[in-house]
Design a protein around this ligand. Structure first.
Ligand SMILES: Nc1ncnc2c1ncn2[C@@H]1O[C@H](COP(=O)(O)OP(=O)(O)OP(=O)(O)O)[C@@H](O)[C@H]1O
Length: 254
């Protein structure tokens, strides 16, 4: 679990995050949503320890990052997996080498042990016979699976995903969402996903943090979104006609 207390982040005179208090739960898919420029990426980078808060604290299973010494901060960062927007695979490495990369960086495992683990996670994300291929030789959806495999190979406690669905067709996007949710539950990871995809919100939004101009404007689950009277939230989520129809149907069924 991640507890965020009064998080402020400024760059010079400009305050981007304005005192956020919230939690991200273990074993749940926690989503950060909000309009472009709301501060989602800055928030995610604070959670990853890449940006230092101007004020406030972030606690990981009860321990504030800022209270840890450099060694312990490094150890904590090794418990974090990241799925980057666009996958961010290394083009010149094979799929197996890409997935093995965090193990080579952060562990002292033997090559055979690392290869077994790579095999295991590639199977977990339903990829077969791709070990020796290069990223350019597989589809975008497969690249996302590789990126997820690489993010979980070192058994993270926290998984951060930046727009994991970008560039995918709606069907593949839902498969990727479901995969991330299954993995989150199976390994009891605290997963935080930064997304623009309203399909994801309504599909896997177990805990949704809605940011508006650097403030937490709403917090709840996908089922609560259907019932919410919060105009700013519903305007944002139901900006498409299709979603307005979905909401109407949901409300009738409630
Ligand atoms: N390193 C930085 N230095 C100064 N300002 C920054 C920095 N990073 C982000 N910002 C500013 O913070 C604000 C929020 O940016 P952020 O990238 O978090 O938005 P976002 O909600 O992720 O948007 P999008 O959905 O378009 O990715 C923007 O005004 C941006 O210019």
């Amino acid at each position: 679990m991640i507890q965020v207390n009064n998080l402020h982040k400024s760059f010079g005179q400009e305050e981007i995050l304005k005192g956020i208090n919230t939690q991200f739960y273990q074993g749940k898919t926690n989503l950060i949503i909000g309009q472009s420029g709301a501060g989602k990426t800055v928030f995610l980078k604070c959670l990853l320890g890449l940006f230092e808060p101007t004020e406030g604290t972030i606690e990981y299973n009860g321990k504030a990052y800022s209270s840890l010494d450099v060694e312990k901060q490094r150890a904590l960062r090794q418990k974090m997996g990241m799925v980057f927007q666009g996958g961010a695979l290394f083009d010149s490495m094979t799929i197996a080498e890409n997935v093995m990369f965090p193990l080579r960086m952060f562990t002292k495992q033997k090559k055979s042990e690392m290869m077994d683990r790579v095999e295991e996670v590639l199977q977990r994300v339903n990829l077969e016979n791709v070990n020796h291929k290069f990223p350019s030789e597989i589809s975008g959806g497969m690249q996302k699976r590789v990126s997820i495999a690489r993010a979980i190979v070192n058994k993270p406690e926290y998984l951060f995903c930046d727009e994991p669905n970008s560039g995918l067709d709606p069907k593949t996007a839902i498969l990727i969402d479901n995969l991330i949710q299954e993995i989150t539950k199976e390994y009891e990871i605290t997963t935080v996903i930064n997304t623009h995809d309203m399909n994801s919100v309504l599909e896997i939004g177990e805990n949704i943090v809605y940011l508006k101009n650097g403030n937490l404007a709403w917090n709840g689950s996908k089922d609560e979104i259907y019932k919410s009277e919060d105009e700013s939230l519903t305007d944002f989520v139901y900006s498409s006609e299709l979603f307005k129809k979905v909401r109407k149907a949901q409300l009738k069924g409630l």
